[in-house]
Design a protein around this ligand. Sequence first.
Ligand code: ZN
Length: 190
Amino acid sequence: MNQIIRFCMSCGEPTQNRTPDGDNRSRAVCGQCGEIHYVNPKIVAGAVAVHEDRVLLCRRAIEPRKNYWTLPAGFMETDETVAEAAQRETREEALGEVRLNGLLSIGDVPHIGQVHMYYLGELVDGVHGVGIESLETRLFTEAEVPWEELAFRTVTETLRHYFSLRSRPGFDATSPGAPYQFTAQWKPAK
Ligand code: ZN
């Protein structure tokens, strides 16, 4: 993934793409002040918020994947933890409070420079509502999940993992165990 940075974020002068001394890949380097602009993956944090035997999904009001269903999730802010970001996104997109019980999944999405991290938690009192980025929020049983209308591969993988985990004997929702790790590869659109 190549993100283009044309102007220096420190002094505003144009940058040039070159490999800095001691580095092994091309970066946008400021021609004026020498600042090197590193582009690193972004973390998306979210939650599988469960109430009784149902999981909370939101139908997206915004692009990308408008109208498709997703777990509440979004980009982390710099002043919060992954867990706090997952709780904030659940609050913003689904007007719900989630009590987190552990990290459920880590999905690398290298072609777009993202890492998606989902926590497992309980939706407090089963309360949810339609946040500004959602058209609709709803609790789904496993049988009701609209698998063909899920917005992102990492959502599908995470939900599959959750239901598989839950079907195992002795499953403890307060202790999901080691997070499921996967890579969502690029796949051409149909
Ligand atoms: Zn500069």
